[in-house]
Design a protein around this ligand. Structure first.
Ligand code: LER
Ligand code: MN
Length: 273
């Protein structure tokens, strides 16, 4: 298992759960100094990412890119995949597709989190699930051609009414034509929705492709009340070998957050056999 830490390039997401907010160079040098393996990037759009420049920075610091988020399309443009207007839904898909392409150049998958949207406002649950399935089939196949998986993230009930648990997400993914969509399991959402987080991870098994590794209060691992040992054991049991990424609030401050996450990762993952 590898460690990653988030950097947001989105001005509007300053209060969001991202550790670094001062550009790729700042994030990469601080992540490398703390022993992280990779950075996870939250860009405003594909256009904001220059792959040559980012690869130069990350390679210089001995880091990889773990994943690239697409939520900027929701935060900035208020687009998502289940809106009633067909042109807006198409715009959301195009926005994600372009991030898939840039992420692939960085050797990373794209994440569909808040861009999945929700049903309501005249759109039925059945209709939105049909649109979501169509989009994941299309974008999952596109990511496969680019040599990457596509990550789909179940969110807690206050952010979406589509899928909130790993089990429901696995059942849905099994209905897709593509098998290239994997689950991003975010421990913050799971703490709200799952009866047993470790059991949910075991039930997700090979469908799990990425982890947002964060404490109960969405702070760095070690700054909340989640019991991590059984969760890490479950990840070992499913032979998870992807990234445990810190999508956490930079609290009480960025430095303490990043350092605590790094120490917790080493204690929980690296020092235990
Ligand atoms: C994105 O990774 C996420 O977890 C969502 O809560 C974004 O709002
Ligand atoms: Mn997340």
């Amino acid at each position: 298992m590898k460690s990653a830490i988030t950097v947001s390039l989105v001005e509007e997401a300053k209060g969001g759960p991202f550790v670094f907010h001062n550009g790729i160079e700042d994030a990469a040098s601080r992540a490398a100094a703390l022993g992280f393996d990779a950075i996870e990037i939250f860009p405003p759009s594909a256009d904001a990412l220059n792959p040559t420049e980012i690869l130069e920075i990350t390679k210089r610091h001995g880091l990889a890119v773990a994943a690239v988020g697409t939520g900027g399309g929701w935060v900035i443009r208020k687009q998502h995949l289940c809106l009633p207007d067909a042109a807006t839904r198409q715009g959301a898909k195009d926005f994600i597709r372009r991030i898939i392409d840039v992420a692939a150049k960085l050797g990373a998958p794209a994440i569909i989190g808040s861009m999945q949207g929700k049903w309501g406002d005249g759109v039925s649950s059945k209709q939105s699930l049909t649109w979501l399935a169509e989009a994941l089939n299309e974008l999952g196949a596109h990511a496969e051609q680019a040599g990457q998986i596509l990550l789909y993230e179940p969110l807690n009930r206050y952010e979406t009414n589509l899928f909130n648990t790993v089990a429901d997400t696995v059942a849905f993914l099994k209905t897709l034509k593509t098998s290239n969509v994997k689950i991003l399991a975010d421990l913050f959402h799971m703490n709200i929705e799952e009866a047993d987080v470790a059991a949910a991870i075991r039930s997700g098994g090979a469908h799990i492709g990425h982890i947002h590794f964060v404490d109960s209060n969405r702070r760095a691992v070690g700054l909340g009340h989640t019991a991590f040992e059984p969760i890490v054991q479950a990840l070992r049991d499913i032979e998870f070998n992807g990234y445990l990424s810190a999508e956490a609030f930079p609290l009480p401050d960025t430095e303490t957050c990043a350092r605590t996450q790094s120490e917790s990762f080493k204690r929980l993952v690296r020092e235990v056999n």
